[in-house]
Design a protein. Sequence first.
Length: 309
Amino acid sequence: MPTLMTHQARKTPLAVKLSLAISLLLGILLLIFSNLNVGRGLPYIGYILPALFHDLGIAFLVSFAVAWLFEIYRSVRHQMESMRDVIDFVMGEQITADVWMELKELIEHKYVIRRDVRIRLEFERADGLREHESVLKVEHEYNLYSLRNKKRTLSIEHELDYQFDNRALGLPKWETVVVDPPDAREKSQERVDLTNPKLNIPIHLAPRQDNESVFVRTERREIVHVPGAYNFYTPEFMKGLRLSVVGCPPGVRLEVWVRPHGGGEALKGEDHNWSYDQIIFPGQGVEIKFVPDMGDLGSGASDPATSAS
């Protein structure tokens, strides 16, 4: 099991301090000699000594400045590493070192966050469906922000649920995909292939300090079972979720859970609208359960689940 240790406070070595002081003093003395024309009266070499003192003095001062700046950089870097080690040590005391190190690695490998996420689910009836099936229209939109201070090229990925299909209705299928601004796409002139069950759209994302986002909106239709559940998992950080459900079948009540959040956190909604303002981590998701109400759909009904991203 890895251990987490902090570094001792770093002090500048005495030899480094002496070297910096000597470089500074020599530089100043040589410039003074150059200004006083020391050695000009010497035969043969006197005419070049003032210029030589001047150049050597400048060289010593430049070396002093470079070494001093490098030492500051090393000191600041050491302080940052020490702070990271303190955080690692504290978190390792809370959840064990190996768990924290893997969690930190997950965070370090995520570059974006989805904000102002809106999910709208609408139940639709269609001919050819079995009694316990329904068409679910899913509208999903969000603003994608960078977590890094460098411009990045990355891919927006979404996938249709593959567990339940209806070939007669051509479901599941994508309806629309919108990326705004359009020139954020790496291949903005090409149409998005909506026949592919897995979308992969390369985009350019501005650095974090620019505070610019890329708006993404997808619309799809899928098959769900009622009673049953629809699981919506995120591969990225997500914050500011708004969920609404329209056309819920009679005899069905809805439960919305954020999982995993401890044992799961039930969201309280009003008029089939829910919100969640805390961070949802990669791998977490939202579970929308379609639960029989008052036994109208039969207490022995199966409870299959579908999932999407």
